[in-house]
Every structure is written in C-alpha cells, then in structure tokens.
Write a protein that binds this ligand. Structure first.
Ligand SMILES: [Zn+2]
Length: 153
C-alpha cells in the first residue's frame, strides 16, 4: 500500500513538474559542494529503495567514500519533492565534509566522530531518541540552513 501511495505521489509530482530532475540535482550538488567547501568529487546515484524496516531518511540517502575511485558516492532517492531532495542531499554532504575533514570515520563495527566512537547498535538506538549523535545533529541543523541558502540565492 505504501508503494502504491509512493507511485501516485511520484506521478503527480512529475505531472506538476515538481519532481526532482537531473538539472536540479546537479545544480544543488554544485551549490552545496561549494557552500561546504568539499574538495573531493561526488557521484550521485539514484537509489530507489522500497519501504521496509529501516528508517525513512536512512533508506532515502546515504554517503560513503569510495577508495577505488577516490570520490564520495551519495545514494539518494530522486523520486522526491525538490525541497526534500535538496535537504537530504545537503544532509549527506555535511557527512561527506565531516569525513573529508577527518572528523567522521565509519569503520566496520564502529562510527568515530571527533575522537569518540559508538557502535552501529548504539547509533540506531540513539538516532530515534532525544540524544541523537552529534554528527547527525550537525547534519540536521545544517541541512535546513543550506537548503534555505540554495532556494534564496
Ligand atoms: Zn545523517
């Protein structure tokens, strides 16, 4: 049922020309990259995942550094409102900046931020609590500021 709802919403947004398109995605990417002063290349990959037990934001976007191509790969769902897309992209690029600056390190079993580590299990628990991890708090604060700057340029 959720999938059907998603299909209808996406179709409607396309009809109203309110859906994300390639131009907007590249425009936003360039703007945010410059805003955050990210040096590395960034590749956007359309991730059209299904609704399941992982949280909405996690399933709609993620970022990792690819050692082979030496670039950040952002997986993000393009079937989204323009506003939602820009915010989510800004959020992931804040994490990219944290990684580029060496503040955020994602290892197999742990996440390090500013010298402190938490396990993935703790991360998942904290993500849905009032004590959201610091690097997420930063990304949520920044995504609003950055998307406002993008739309008000
Ligand atoms: Zn995040």
């Amino acid at each position: 049922m959720k999938d059907l709802e998603k299909i209808i919403k996406t179709k409607l947004r396309k009809f109203l020309n309110e859906n994300v398109n390639k131009d907007l995605s590249l425009d936003a990417l360039n703007f945010i990259k410059e805003y955050l002063n990210i040096k590395s290349d960034i590749l956007l990959v359309n991730k059209n995942s299904r609704f399941d037990d992982i949280s909405m934001s996690q399933q709609m976007a993620s970022v990792k550094y690819d050692d082979r191509s030496n670039k950040f790969i952002v997986q993000i769902n393009f079937d989204d409102t323009k506003n939602g897309f820009v915010r989510r992209l800004a959020h992931e690029l804040v994490h990219a900046k944290q990684m580029e600056d060496g503040r955020l390190k994602i290892k197999d079993e742990k996440i390090w931020f500013d010298g402190k580590s938490i396990s993935w299990k703790e991360y998942k628990e904290l993500y849905h609590s009032d004590e959201i991890p610091k690097f997420e708090e930063e990304a949520f604060d920044q995504e609003r500021i950055i998307s406002n700057a993008f739309w008000n340029r």
